[in-house]
Ligand binder design. Structure first.
Ligand code: AHM
Ligand code: MG
Length: 344
């Protein structure tokens, strides 16, 4: 991991240089700038908290607003979704967008020009953490609109993660940090709040291949499959067990914050299949949570799997499809996969 140079590089300059190097085109550059601008607005709203009247549930008392996932929406979920929709409607870079908070994808309205990209996002992931002032974040994934499709629908989004052309997240924590890949490494940009610009702070993040840290919601332990029980049992056995070393555990319950820690210092993040979520296929969403995070992690030298298959190769069947997730330090993900394949 190389720290930022003494010559400060803004996100705008970084993207211009990526364009000059032939790694992105002007349309994708604009798309990323627009998403970053929306993230700045979300960061302001998150930062105001109670002062901005944005905490708590959306809807009216006794009639909470429920999204397609059957989850109660927070006011900030709804606001963040609106900010991303509004920012991306008119730039001419998108053909359609899809969100965790919307039942179906939306083509760009006819009054605006349509571009060649599809954008998926989770506007505010980890929103159960908002009211308690713990980090939350926006996750996004960019796909190409298939050739010849003039009015994209949900089915046109159903491309495997390997087809992503860009992905990223913005974590709203003590610092607001945008982490981005366009398929040539994973880079972090910290928001300079006084200047209002994202500045490159880590070029080419690298995840250590080995780790002594794992992240899982251990309260689900009794619902896990046998291979997951065996894997975590051996982690907890520490240096006297088969792994021969002690492991530490961290769980923020905010995927963006957990993945940011892993990109910064290594570790394995898992949300496995369990008997509570088995009928749905898992807890986390493939298209706008697992795929973009897996792309970022692989580009930083890590690995991402369902436990049985490389995550980026899963063929999606639905916009809101769920999937088991293991991602982070390469050799540790390989160990977790070995336990699952041994029980296949
Ligand atoms: P959300 O999109 O509804 O916020 O759910 C996703 C979040 C992830 O950020 C986090 O890793 C996970 O759900 C936490 O789940 P749990 O509360 O079961 O620990
Ligand atoms: Mg989410």
């Amino acid at each position: 991991m190389s720290p930022a140079t003494s010559d400060p590089i803004s996100l705008t300059r970084f993207l211009i240089e990526e364009k000059r190097a032939g790694r992105i085109n002007p349309e994708l550059r604009l798309l990323i700038e627009v998403v970053a601008r929306a993230c700045k607005r979300i960061s302001v709203a998150v930062g105001k908290g109670a002062l901005g009247g944005v905490l708590g549930d959306a809807g009216s008392p006794g009639a909470a607003s429920i999204n397609i996932q059957g989850e109660a929406q927070k006011k900030l979920d709804v606001l963040s979704n609106e900010i991303l929709l509004e920012a991306n409607a008119w730039g001419g870079h998108l053909a359609a967008l899809a969100s965790e908070e919307m039942d179906h994808s939306q083509p760009i309205p006819d009054v605006h020009p349509r571009g060649n990209y599809l954008l998926l996002f989770d506007p505010l992931d980890g929103s159960s953490n908002i009211d308690v002032n713990v980090s939350v974040g926006t996750i996004f994934s960019v796909l190409r609109c298939p050739e010849g499709v003039t009015t994209p629908a949900d089915e046109h989004f159903l491309q495997p993660g390997t087809a992503q052309v860009a992905a990223g997240y913005c974590v709203y924590g003590p610092q607001t940090t945008l982490v981005l890949t366009v398929g040539h490494g994973t880079h972090a940009f910290t928001l300079d709040r006084e200047v209002g610009s994202f500045m490159l702070t880590v070029r080419d993040m690298r995840i250590p291949e080995d780790t002594r840290e794992f992240a899982v919601n251990a309260s689900n332990q009794r619902f896990w499959e046998p291979p997951m029980q065996a894997y975590v049992g051996d982690l907890l056995a520490g240096k006297d067990g088969p792994r021969g070393k002690d492991f530490n555990m961290r769980w923020i319950a905010s995927m963006v914050a957990d993945v940011h820690r892993i990109l910064t210092r290594g570790g394995i993040f898992s949300y496995p299949l369990d008997s509570k979520c088995a009928s749905k296929g898992g807890k986390l969403r493939l298209m706008y949570e697992a795929n973009p995070m897996s792309f970022l992690v692989e580009q930083a030298g890590g690995a991402a799997s369902t436990g049985r298959q490389r995550l980026l190769e899963v063929q999606p069947t639905g916009l809101h499809q769920r999937v088991p997730v293991f991602l982070g330090s390469k050799r540790e993900v390989e160990v977790a996969v070995r336990y699952h394949l041994a029980h296949a």
